[in-house]
Design a protein around this ligand. Structure first.
Ligand code: KG4
Ligand code: ZN
Length: 351
């Protein structure tokens, strides 16, 4: 195994110790991970409460909050891991995709830290790191495998040929799955972020109470569309009066049944299409990652259906499904070992 002890000097004796930094959306996070898997610390400052007042992420507020929190969060991650800067082999940082103002804060902090401490910088793709997260707490999966990434901004199926090679097989045409949860939460008068609040209410409802559409592409290709389900929920909630403000939560009949039936429809589509991708690619492992992978119904249904078809389904624990820096520091290891390091000219890319 090649490890750089100083910039450019390989050390074949130990797994790399990586400081990871994540700030692509509304979580400011830093973590220290050894060898891609062993998490020494993972510190996350969530802005969810601040954005909840506005019903969604406000990019300007997100950037300002990252700026206030990034250095304390990095210090806390190093302190909790009980490592000194000189112990760190490289700094891995999310450079894409995400909100540009948010990405820039983490990237600038990473660059400054790397320069001051003379460490290499490793650019990390946020979505690929989510996929890596699904491998960290398990026996290393056999590559290639299939990955479903379902978050607030993305819903895609990938074929993962190796920890360094990801091919997107299908994506959503419109809303991401998490975005659909967030919008349906708003329609049902639930708090932001919508995933946890819809899921909590859904636990009390009948998932067969309402028949919501399950989108499939007519040409048989894989790919998601969640805007139809969301609109169907809206029509049910509004009834005959399609204009004007949304009804108050207490005026919506069978809110729990609506939440459960919506959640069930989303899970049916995610599970079916992911396992169909595994079948078409003749692969027997699926990784499920991103914030929506916290969803209990999705975890249970995917595990059950996968097992029925002889496929292994792996998930991160819930705290590593949503945005965190352990996945960035973790994925930083194979990237670093492959020499994927960058200079201080490294830039952020929103998409
Ligand atoms: O991966 P993530 O933390 O951030 C992005 O990269 O987007 O995902 C956030 C998304 C939000 O849309 C949130 O509503 C959703 O994940 N989410 C859930 C659950 N927990 C979080 N969706 C469904 N069920 C959950 N339990
Ligand atoms: Zn994410």
């Amino acid at each position: 195994m090649l490890v750089h002890t100083k910039r450019g000097t390989p050390d074949a004796t130990r797994a790399p110790l990586i400081l990871g930094i994540e700030s692509s959306c509304d979580e400011t996070a830093a973590a220290v991970v050894r060898g891609g898997r062993h998490i020494l610390s993972s510190v996350v400052h969530s802005q969810a409460e601040m954005h909840a007042r506005h019903g969604g992420v406000i990019p300007e507020l997100a950037g300002r909050s990252h700026l206030q929190k990034i250095l304390p969060v990095m210090d806390a991650a190093l302190h909790e891991a009980r490592v000194a800067p000189e112990d760190i082999d490289a700094v891995a940082v999310t450079t894409r995709p995400g909100l540009i103002g948010s990405l820039l804060v983490g990237l600038s902090a990473a660059k400054s830290w790397a320069w001051v401490h003379e460490k290499p910088l490793v650019p990390v793709h946020h979505i690929e790191a989510h996929i890596w997260a699904a491998t960290m707490e398990h026996e290393a999966p056999s590559w290639p495998c299939i990955a479903l990434v379902v978050s607030g901004g993305h819903s895609s199926i990938y074929r993962c040929d190796s920890p360094l090679a990801f091919v997107e097989l299908a994506r959503t045409k419109d809303d991401a799955a998490g975005e659909a949860f967030d919008k349906v939460a708003h329609i049902l008068g639930l708090s932001y972020p919508g995933g946890p609040s819809v899921s909590k209410l859904a636990a009390q409802g009948d998932p067969r109470a309402h028949d919501f559409p399950r989108h499939r592409n007519k040409d048989g290709s894989l790919g998601f569309s969640f805007s139809g389900i969301k609109t169907a929920v809206l029509y049910k909630v509004r009834g005959k009066s399609q204009g004007g403000p949304l009804p108050l939560p207490e005026e919506i009949p069978d809110r729990a049944g609506l939440a459960a039936s919506f959640e069930q429809a989303v899970c049916d589509v995610l599970v079916e299409q992911t396992l169909e991708a595994a079948r078409r690619e003749a692969l027997d492992t699926v990784l499920v990652a991103g914030g929506v992978a916290c969803n209990r119904r999705l975890r249970e249904q995917m595990a059950r259906e996968a097992a029925r078809r002889g496929v292994r389904a792996l998930f991160p624990s819930p705290s590593y499904c949503t945005d965190n820096a352990a996945m960035i520091a973790g994925h930083g290891a194979p990237l670093f070992l492959a020499g994927r390091v960058a200079g201080l000219g490294l830039d952020a890319q929103a998409s």
